[in-house]
Design a protein around this ligand. Structure first.
Ligand code: F6R
Length: 243
């Protein structure tokens, strides 16, 4: 695992966007695994400006969602499908056909989860998976004590994560769904390159436990230590509890 300390979120975004651009030059139809939340936004902004500057061709790039809320009405602005369309697919000028995600509105959620794992494999697997990290060490929505071998499945959000995410729902925790579909930790580990971005002192404990603690289900992001190509990009504040 490599840890890269950057000055701020913008520098982290630019660094990762350059890495994605490099990947797309090598492999124009790369499958990019995209996270949602606040942290990856500078990456998407930096990548969109590389595209506008003509520095990278994304015309054949594909994107795959990491997770999705269960039970939000179709087209809800905070469904992760809507978020990825708004923040990644549209700014990059990708075709909506180049975009895949789990079906959070499926009647048979278990079948939808298995179908998503199968679709990822059929697409050749994720080339680069961008990850954020929860204050409790979650990746995707694999909350603490998720199996390190888990596959895409339905999970119940912890109270802490619902509190953290209420800001996307007018600050009202009642509007935050209780359930999500998330790629499992085993699924995430199949991506060829994992890139985790963490910004701010609120992530410092989770970063230190993930990078320097034991590999343990109690801290899902510690599973990155098992991956042969994992990069953790942090600002000084998020790095402040590293030894
Ligand atoms: C969202 C996701 C989550 C977030 C994490 C951090 O797709 O996978 O693991 O990355 O909750 O969220 P932010 O970046 O908003 O602090």
């Amino acid at each position: 695992m490599e840890v890269v300390i950057v000055q701020d979120a913008k520098a982290g975004g630019e660094l990762i966007a350059r890495g994605i651009a490099e990947l797309l030059r090598r492999k124009p139809d790369a499958l990019l695994g995209v996270a949602t939340g606040s942290t990856p936004l500078p990456v998407y902004e930096a990548l969109a400006s590389e595209v506008r500057a003509g520095a990278v061709d994304v015309s054949r790039a594909r994107v795959a969602q990491l997770d999705e809320y269960v039970g939000l009405p179709a087209g809800h602005p905070e469904s992760y499908r809507s978020v990825v369309l708004r923040e990644v697919v549209e700014p990059l000028g990708l075709s909506p056909d180049a975009f895949m995600g789990p079906d959070g509105g499926a009647d048979d959620v278990r079948a939808a989860c298995a179908a998503y794992d199968a679709a990822l494999a059929a697409a050749g697997g994720v080339d680069l998976q961008l990850l954020g990290i929860g204050t409790d060490g979650h990746i995707g929505f694999n909350e603490p004590c998720s199996s390190l071998a888990s596959r895409t499945r339905i999970k119940t959000l912890t109270e802490q994560t619902r509190v953290d995410n209420a800001r996307f729902f007018e600050g009202d925790i009642e509007q935050v769904p209780h359930h999500v579909i998330t790629q499992g930790i085993g699924t995430i580990l199949e991506a060829r390159h994992l890139v985790l971005l963490a910004i701010g002192d609120g992530k410092a404990d989770a970063v230190a436990t993930s990078v320097e603690g034991p590999v343990a289900a109690v801290c899902p992001a510690s599973a990155l230590q098992l991956h042969p190509h994992a990069t953790v990009v942090v600002d000084e504040a998020a790095a402040s509890k590293l030894k």
